[in-house]
Design a protein around this ligand. Structure first.
Ligand code: C6P
Length: 416
């Protein structure tokens, strides 16, 4: 396990020592300033070592009772499933489905639940801050079933406008899909309140936790939600692995999304029956080493005091706010600090975000630029693209200075 285990206080220097990639120069010799954790988080050594351990010592497919390696690896995978269950407060380990990531998890619900249960005239409630992964599957399900999409309007500072909720959440609403935290605006949405309102209308609610789950504790029972999805690679774990959690009675009622090995009980010539949960939704071979390493990534995150992590990440965000606000021509999108997480999207007047990212890269500063898979949101913002800095537990206040310096440098290059 990592060197930072057991720290009573959050210690960013110790955290950084857990991440090999942060402690080596870039191929061009520069020091990496990694401000792109919202796209993919870096990996601590314990996660890297866990992947290697599985592949080196007990890799095989997960068939318990066939041979020794199968038993060992199955025990590890099921151990990881239990870690996820405990992490999100799910009542049963059978409700934890390993998928390829957030996108795959949402598609499983949009196919398995929405296409089965939505009828013409039913409504699905979205909003324009959603990532395409929590937008397009619902759009396609609505086209396929004749259901109608409705949208919670946004306030001028990029929050869900709950004063309009009663207009768009109706007796016809059957499903609400909402992000826990916007990958562009950083907005943290009031999930408990939305879940209660959805429940009162008899609608189900899915939370896209891709951005929110890595940054703070989540408890699906406390929140009162029906589905939670997230990705391993954004929570310091491997890519290619993600989680779909759903209430067992919903998962049992849903159709599988993918068909093949592992997910069947019996196959006849003309028909088949499905395996119990979670196997029903795990067709084929799951990413085995990645699932085990996701368990390790969660244990890594869990060792920190969540309040200390939050305080650290918000200190970085507050400093970015302050420095960027002081630079003429910079616009920051999204709400104030009290309603957001550690994502800061911005534009610099007269400099295209892609040029910004390119110039930043010359200085070793890694940010993301573009529409960040949120074209409806960028249409709403009236911007084709934005630049985005996103912070994780390993970032430092000095790296926020490097961000501000890089903006000043870009302005100088473009004589703005
Ligand atoms: N966002 C970014 O913002 P996948 O690719 O399936 O692991 O995650 C998709 C996804 C879903 N919802 C939200 C809120 C997200 O932020 C993302 C991924 C990345 O840089 C890549 S576009």
């Amino acid at each position: 396990m990592a060197t930072s285990v057991g720290k009573s206080k959050f210690d960013v220097a110790a955290v950084r020592s857990d991440f090999p990639i942060l402690n080596q120069p870039l191929p061009n010799g520069q020091t990496l300033v990694y401000l792109d954790t919202g796209a993919s988080a870096q990996k601590p050594l314990c996660v890297i070592e866990k992947l290697t351990e599985v592949l080196t010592h007990y890799y095989s497919n997960t068939h318990r009772g066939i041979h020794t390696l199968g038993d060992l690896v199955t025990t590890e995978v099921e151990g990881a499933r239990e870690i996820v269950r405990e992490f999100i407060g799910a009542p049963s380990v059978d409700e934890i489905i390993f998928t390829g990531g957030t996108t795959a998890s949402i598609n499983a619900v949009a196919y398995g639940w929405a296409r089965k249960f939505l009828k013409p005239g039913d409504e699905v409630l979205l909003n324009v801050m959603e990532h395409h992964a929590n937008f397009v599957p619902w759009q396609q399900a609505a086209i396929a079933t004749g259901a109608r999409l409705r949208f919670i309007p946004l306030t001028s500072d990029g929050q869900l406008d709950l004063t309009q909720l009663d207009t768009v959440l109706t007796d016809r609403t059957k499903f609400v899909a909402v992000t826990g935290m916007s990958n562009v605006l950083g907005t943290i949405n009031p999930i408990r309140e939305l879940a209660a309102k959805a429940r009162a209308k008899g609608a189900l609610i899915l939370v896209d936790g891709a951005q929110s789950v890595p940054h703070g504790p989540v408890n699906v029972r406390d929140l009162g939600i029906d589905f939670l999805v997230f990705s391993g690679h954004k929570i310091y774990g491997p890519s290619g692995i993600g989680i779909l959690w759903g209430k067992s009675k919903l998962l049992e009622a849903m159709d599988p999304f993918q068909f093949g090995g592992n997910m069947i009980r019996e196959v006849f010539l003309e028909t088949s029956t499905w395996s119990d949960l979670p196997g029903k939704f795990e067709a084929g071979t799951i990413p085995i080493a990645e699932a085990v390493a996701l368990g390790m990534a969660i244990k890594y995150v869990q060792q920190f005091d969540p309040q200390a992590v939050h305080a650290h990440e918000m200190e970085l965000t507050a400093k970015a706010f302050q420095l960027l606000h002081e630079i003429p021509g910079v616009t920051i999108y999204g709400p104030g600090l009290e309603h957001r997480g550690s994502i800061v999207s911005f534009t610099v007047e007269g400099v295209h975000p892609h040029d910004l990212a390119d110039l930043f890269n010359n200085r070793g500063v890694a940010i993301r630029a573009g529409h960040h898979c949120t074209m409806p949101l960028h249409e709403h913002l009236n911007e084709a693209a934005t630049a985005r800095a996103s912070f994780g537990l390993y970032n430092t206040l000095e790296e926020v200075d490097a961000l501000a310096d890089a903006i000043l440098y870009a302005k100088k290059v473009f004589r703005r």
